[in-house]
Design a binder for this molecule. Sequence first.
Ligand code: NAP
Length: 485
Amino acid sequence: VKSIETTRVVIVGAGMSGLCMAMMLRQQGINDFLMLEKSGDVGGTWYENRYPGSQCDVQSHLYAFSFAPNPNWSRRYAGSGEIQGYLKDLTEQFGLPDKLRLNTRVTSARFDETNKHWVVLTSEGQEIHAQALALSQAPLHTAKWPDIDGIETFAGRRMHTALWPADASFAGKRAGVIGNGASAVQLIPPVAEQAGHLTVFQRSANWVLPRGDRAFSAWERKLLAVSPIAKAYRWWLAGLYESNRLGFVPDSFAGRLGRKRALSHLAKRVADPELRTRLTPDYPVGCKRILVTDEYYPTLQKDHVTLETRGIKRIEPTGVRLTDDTLVELDDLICATGFDITGSVASVEISGLGGQLLADSQRDKPQAMHGMTVPGFPNLFLLLGPNTATGHTSTLLYIEAQVSYIIQCLAELDRRGQKAMTVSPDVFRAHNADLQARLKQSVWGASCTSWYKTDDGHNGTIYPGFTPQYRAAVKRPDFTQFDFL
Ligand code: NAP
């Protein structure tokens, strides 16, 4: 250990949620905090996901903090670079650079039961003592390679959307993309622009809705710089997105409408009935993440693009061997195969009361109270933790509500003159049993595989309700649900 220092809050990660925590602490006049970020810059997922075409499929004016509107978004759906720029500007605006330690990985964090504080060790040899620890390593963070035999034998260039090399060019190459999820459908059109031939390996079809992206005109940007107009627009967007949640109710009118909309989008964009059949999912809309794109279907119909649905047997040095033994020869293999959800928590050794490890409690069944607290881990707060993801709206609506909840917890500790609080195990168990029961009855209980669920069907990802329900539930912490230490 090179140095020992003390602060009130350590925030792990400087992505959307970590930065939100830092900004809202500043707003409350709490300046005693540090933000530790393993990468060389802020931005989190927007820093890491630099594949061509990376953008947010939630409209930018809703994918911005309510307290930091940005009238300058260039288009409805901003690209990752523009979002990253917004976050960098906010970092400066809120005076965060002196609170931020970049290229600093948290290696472990231990709750010291005698002193009732966290002892955080970093890759840079620092030991930091903090009353509270806010973990903002969202689940979409550790690249997941597909579990396909022979993947390591591929002799060409092997890439992953979340580990994108700075200088990737596909000019004239035979490229293959494994996966057709949210990352893949953004990446495939720009790669197809360059590649000599592109093969998309689809294991299961996804529901796709039209996007309707366009640039904002100069006068629209001027209008959106007027605060009441910007607020009204954001409210309108939030309402519009929330109404989509109605479609996730099984056998509902809105659900049927959503399915009709997706099928009509497919029919309009794909002329060949055989291709349409292969692109039609066999599970209800919303069970897996709905994709929002206008470019994906047209790209698949280009002469030099092939949608391959025969299934992958193994990967060989020269390409992908299909289940019928055909070899698809490739120069570049792109894995758009998503993220290791539980690996994210396991990447840091976090030990709570009695030395119990957070990774052990989260590995098979990620769960938390309101997605934020876990029994046995006093003053540990997860941001965008278990069951706080949504398939229908901006995650920022959840992040802001969580940060406000955490700040109220810190204030309550001060008010009571106590050092630490931990959620009661009974409350935690009842809360999670209720969440799982609600999820089973929802569209996510239907039969489909996705990163939302672990292999045994536990859904530790999705919040089963409407956004206002979550926000109301966490608006004022119920302190009777906690034990104070
Ligand atoms: P993902 O949704 O987990 O998709 C992974 C894809 O890889 C799926 O198509 C999957 O097929 C396929 N795959 C995985 N292993 C495979 C294997 N062994 N063989 C064949 N295919 C395999 O990952 P993602 O697209 O990176 O997206 C993850 C999440 O990130 C999204 O759901 C979303 O929440 C977020 N995201 C958001 C945006 C945005 O614009 N807001 C953009 C990108 C990502 P199966 O479907 O058959 O499993």
